[in-house]
Design a protein around this ligand. Sequence first.
Ligand code: GLU
Length: 302
Amino acid sequence: MKEIAAEMAQRPDRGEVATYIPELARVDAKSFGLVVIGAEGHVAAGGDSETLFSIQSISKVFTLTLALGRAGNRLWRRVGREPSGSPFNSIVQLERERGIPRNPFINAGAIAVTDLILSGHRPREALGDILRFMQFVADDPSIMIDEAVAASEQRTGFRNIALANYMKSFDVLENPVDFTLGVYFHHCAIAMSCRQLAMAGRFLAHLGRNPSTGLSVVQPESARRINAIMLMCGHYDGSGEFAYRVGLPGKSGVGGGVLAIAPGKASIAVWSPGLDANGNSHLGRVALELLTKRMGWSIFGA
Ligand code: GLU
């Protein structure tokens, strides 16, 4: 990990840091962190592995896990599970598909999943459930929401507001749009380090169970399915490229983080805030490609 971090520090091509809110625009483009946690719990780290960053859309993996636990297969009445081939915040596709988002990781899909978690609860309770779940899977009660990021998301989230209203017009959302969006913006604003994120992903690498605590988070079948959705949809319109180059289930966020899962082997978190044209971490992908090659971890072999 130290070698890869040193190599990444030399790279001139770093992508573009997200600028849609000031909190993300301010992040140092030179930051880079990488953490791998193996099956026995050994932590290997390089670079800024303890620095907190905004996990953004990576939170969608955990809201999907929670929603599947609550609703089971009923979830798939409200959201599909096919790759989108469209930008993460596309409204055109939603119109063609009559308000049913293509998958749980594009923004519309994640908003529909959030709405399902919210049903029967107050926004504050639903958000508390999501945060506590994150703390539980990461085995770290210090994980918090960055309130400044959440407030900025809320102030500038016009596209997400449009997507949510559009779905509401098809009765895909059950709750008041601003309640659902409030919870969505806040879970995207959770701040974590690479180490915390790699810890949180361990249950996905080990058949739904945290191998250190022995605690079961989801059924093995659910873990397998969440990994499948991460592989096909975790990098928006760049999911094919990520599978081609890295060969692991992964989920990116506009904060520059990526959670990647080497099934049976390791949970991996990488962070480099510069993004490529699809909104995925540029060096995050480059580093993961190096790592999977060196370790022989691609799920497709060599
Ligand atoms: N909060 C961001 C949004 O909803 C998340 C996008 C992302 O991380 O890709 O636009």
